[in-house]
Ligand binder design. Structure first.
Ligand code: TYD
Length: 210
């Protein structure tokens, strides 16, 4: 029987450059013989993509925002992520539940424990096997995003919002240190890709995959 696949997520502030490295990770996994499903949050399903459109563009109450993030996530996990893992594929998601703790809890102010109850309700003990956290000073991240037209209402937030996003990710990392690998995303694209390569090679060896 095929081994079930593993679930890898990429996280970080807007401007961390993580989306550019989804393909770096996918290529490494494919080179080690895995079939990879690449997906993202919010989104990843037809319903989730409709919710994404609302979440990124409509202003709303912060609890509504958190609930919609998790509603989209529930659909994503049930209809795509878990079936793919069960079929032996590896799943690579550009953001997952840590983002809700960083953005809706730490940055927007929803109580951390309340967010954990929601996570527990929606996900139970389902969690990524590995999370790559693309970390950099908030000022650098904001400087990068300010060079392009703001794409959504999260990118338009001020520096202190992004500072709290960063701290939220750190708190999640403190809560599950073994799941996280931190990538220094303040470096140039080549140096970041090298770190991603090193981390993935080490993890794949630990898992007995490469
Ligand atoms: P992302 O797709 O990473 O943005 P980009 O368009 O730059 O690739 O994420 C979209 C935004 O959604 C991002 O600003 C973070 C936010 N977000 C949350 O606030 N909570 C969540 O749970 C998730 C998954 C994303």
């Amino acid at each position: 029987m095929r081994q079930p696949g593993r679930f890898v997520t990429l996280e970080g502030m807007d401007g961390a450059g993580k989306s550019s490295h989804v393909m770096t990770v996918a290529r490494i996994l494919e080179a080690s013989g895995q079939t990879v499903l690449i997906t993202r949050e919010p989104g990843g399903t037809p319903l989730g993509e409709k919710l994404r459109e609302l979440l990124l563009n409509e202003s709303m109450d912060i609890e509504t925002e958190a609930l919609l993030m998790f509603a989209a996530r529930r659909e994503h996990v049930a209809s795509r992520i878990q079936p793919a893992l069960a079929a032996g594929q590896w799943v690579l998601s550009d953001r997952f539940a840590d983002a809700s703790f960083a953005y809706q809890a730490s940055a927007r102010g929803i109580d951390w424990q309340r967010m954990r109850s929601l996570e527990n309700w929606v996900l139970g003990d389902f969690a990524p096997d590995l999370t790559l956290l693309f970390d950099l000073p908030a000022s650098t991240a904001v400087e990068r995003t300010s060079r392009r037209a703001p794409e959504d209402r999260f990118e338009k937030e001020a520096l202190d919002f992004h500072e709290r996003v960063r701290q939220g990710y750190w708190r999640r990392r403190e809560e599950s240190p073994a799941r996280f690998e931190t990538i220094d995303a303040s470096q140039g694209i080549e140096a970041v890709a090298q770190q991603v390569n090193d981390v993935m090679s080490r993890r794949l060896r630990q898992w007995g995959v490469a």
